[in-house]
Design a protein around this ligand. Structure first.
Ligand code: B12
Length: 205
């Protein structure tokens, strides 16, 4: 119901209506519900675009509107710890999920080092090892970028750097075993899963 209303508003480029729906969701529930609503709605919009039912402009604008509204709702940065977590995409310019994830981690008190989309996996691995990022979160929205996690793992092994890799994003939800296949240590479906994994692993690293 909410998904349909939001989708209608987004596809009509009706930012005011989309804002109303997202604000009502955040008041009635909590931010996790807002993130879930946005993710579900944009997944449907992506599927409609893939079937040729809507234009790329509608898909793009839907994401932009969500980004603008969600930006105003994201929790404040509370990060003051010294355990830094790395968050990245690999050659993937779908950045909204990563932005939300970083914000949730910071609000939970974990400083985040954000790596920007790069195709140079060897360099990324070197930087992760040099900066001693023992927990690396990768957001991947396309199948071929999800497979790049396997290359990242191989590069980290070459450097003899043991990091925990947690992945999230559409390809991992379509194929529930993909995270194991690409050599990740875990998969999260919600940004708060990232927080849980840090709590679970931090002491052991
Ligand atoms: C918006 C969108 C775009 C926008 C992106 C704008 C931007 N600045 O981000 C634009 C129009 C630019 C775009 C471009 C493309 N896109 Co696009 N896009 C989407 C769409 C509709 C929504 C993505 C999104 O923002 N979702 C909302 C966010 C909030 O959700 P999320 O990222 O999943 O994140 C949430 C959770 O997953 C979780 N999470 C995410 N990561 C992680 C990580 C961890 C560790 C944890 C714990 C949690 C977590 O937290 C978030 C909040 O809850 C998806 C559809 C889909 N199914 O996702 C297609 C989709 C990803 N795109 C697709 C494609 C094909 C493309 C293009 C190749 C199209 C083209 N021919 O040009 C390009 C490639 C761009 C590139 N090089 O990266 C395909 C990929 C298919 C595949 N098999 O790989 C999809 C699935 C659409 C489809 N159904 O076909 N896209």
């Amino acid at each position: 119901m909410m998904v349909e209303s939001l989708k209608d508003a987004l596809l009509a480029f009706d930012k005011a209506r989309a804002t109303e729906i997202l604000l009502a969701t955040s008041k009635a529930n909590n931010l996790d519900d807002v993130f879930r609503l946005v993710t579900t709605c944009l997944a449907q919009i992506g599927a409609e675009w893939a079937r040729g039912e809507i234009s790329l402009a509608q898909e793009y604008m839907s994401c932009r509107i969500c980004e603008e509204v969600v930006d105003q709702m994201l929790p404040a940065n509370q990060a003051d710890g010294n355990f830094e977590v790395a968050v990245t995409t690999i050659d993937d310019f779908h950045l909204l999920g990563k932005k939300i994830l970083c914000s949730v981690l910071k609000s939970a008190g974990y400083p985040v080092f954000e790596y920007y989309p790069t195709g140079d996996i060897e360099k990324l691995a070197r930087e992760l090892a040099t900066n001693k990022h023992r927990i690396v979160m990768v957001s991947a929205l396309m199948l071929h970028t999800a497979y790049k996690v396997r290359e990242l793992r191989a590069e980290l092994v070459k450097l003899d750097f043991d990091a925990k890799i947690i992945v999230g994003g559409a390809p991992f939800y379509f194929d529930k075993l993909l995270w194991q296949d690409v050599g990740a240590d875990a998969m999260g479906t919600e940004p708060t899963d990232g927080v849980q994994f840090i709590k679970q692993w931090k002491e052991k690293l």
